[in-house]
Design a protein around this ligand. Structure first.
Ligand code: F6P
Length: 374
């Protein structure tokens, strides 16, 4: 029978992490009499054997807290900055795992954490993961915890921006997180009544965006709200990036490849600055004043919503049950209103993007919200 488990949280923090730690820990301790050890600051704490004893008292009063009581980091087991070097520290992590006689290590994280956890599984550790991220982009689960909270925060921000955009007859561009997927921008844009929603899954044409704003203006609506996903890009930029990537793959000459890589870096830097480029382009084309609001880390802060608490709690308890049943090397996913253990191998290296025929995209099109492509 498993009697010792470890928990770590890795990647960007996300509302609901503490709710998941609490549910997993409480079930493991009270129902199955397991010992629960937390590791600080993600994989770094595992490498350094920096622990927190997660006894019942330590799990009390954390359900509603944002962030993670364990701390987190973006450190990767196989590329760990140590002094002035970057080293593969997976063996040190295996040592810690063995020293604590862990039966299972539970890693709470997003796509990057799934890959890192899989590396540890291949070293011989028994791993279970739980899907958290405000981006909602983890493959194999219907939803991730943290997403609902971020969605509510971004929606409220868009609600609030309406009155000031309206008063000043301005375009307001709200930059929403989401990494390379548009779940957050699309969801909050729809829920907040944005006039334009731009996401990575639907590359935009700047003239189509400007025309839609001008049409609103001519129709007597002298303001527009744009929900812009941080990973969005124009069709033109997307094409150039794709061509360069293909070019790099096909280039055999070393210096030629270096030159193409330099060019690619420039284009990626342009994408990273897309919000400001878009603002300038729209001011030029529409002659309306434009302002940018970057929601940033506010979207990840504070208490989780009830939906995220429920989801994290369900996944946490299901995880304890799976451990008790001897299951490992899986992600406990939310599927069709239930939980399911999905082989970790099937999740790793994939990303859940917004499908072109997703109901939110179809709904936006039915409402004639401009998605920048038609
Ligand atoms: O993955 C979650 C996320 O919040 C993304 O939406 C965003 O791109 C990124 O993390 C920000 O990372 P950091 O907190 O390291 O700045």
């Amino acid at each position: 029978m498993p009697n010792s488990i470890g928990i770590l949280t890795a990647g960007g923090d996300s509302p609901g992490l503490n709710a998941a730690i609490r549910a997993l820990g409480k079930t493991a301790i009270s129902k199955y009499d397991m010992r629960v050890t937390g590791f600080r600051q993600g994989f770094r704490g595992l490498m350094q054997n920096r622990t927190v004893d997660l006894h019942a008292g330590a799990l009390s009063g954390i359900l509603t807290m944002g962030g993670t009581i364990l701390g987190t980091s973006r450190d990767k087991p196989h590329k760990m900055p140590v002094g002035d070097k970057v080293l593969d520290m997976t063996d040190a992590m295996l040592d810690t795992y063995q020293q604590h006689h862990l039966d299972v290590l539970v890693c709470l994280g997003g796509g990057g954490t799934m890959s890192n956890a899989w590396r540890l599984a291949k070293k011989g550790m028994n791993i279970i993961t739980l899907p958290k991220t405000i981006d909602n982009d983890v493959y194999g689960t219907d939803v991730t915890f943290g997403f609902d909270t971020a969605l509510s925060i971004a929606t409220e921000a868009i609600d609030r921006l309406h009155s000031t955009a309206h008063s000043h007859h301005r375009i307001i561009i709200v930059e929403v997180m989401g990494h390379n997927t548009g779940w957050l921008a699309l969801g909050s844009g729809l829920a907040g009544g944005a006039d334009v929603i731009l996401i990575p899954e639907v590359p935009y044409d700047i003239d189509i965006v400007a025309d839609s704003i001008l049409r609103r203006s001519q129709g007597g609506k002298h303001f527009s709200i744009i929900a812009l996903s941080e990973g969005a890009f124009s069709a033109d930029l997307g094409k150039q990036i794709r061509q360069l990537k293909d070019g790099i793959k096909g280039e055999e000459d070393k210096s030629g490849r270096k030159r193409l890589k330099r060019k690619l870096r420039k284009l990626l830097a342009r994408q990273a600055n897309i919000t400001h480029e878009l603002t300038r382009q729209l001011e030029d084309r529409t002659r309306l004043e434009a302002r940018v609001t970057t929601l940033g880390h506010v979207q990840r802060g504070g208490a989780p919503t009830a939906a995220d608490r429920l989801l994290a709690t369900r996944l946490g308890t299901a995880c304890a049950e799976a451990i008790q049943e001897g299951v490992s090397n899986v992600m406990i996913a939310a599927r069709n209103g239930d939980t399911e253990a999905v082989p970790l191998q099937d999740v790793v290296g994939k990303r859940k993007t917004v499908p072109q025929d997703h109901i939110w995209i179809e709904t936006a099109r039915a409402l004639e919200i401009c998605l920048g492509d038609q």
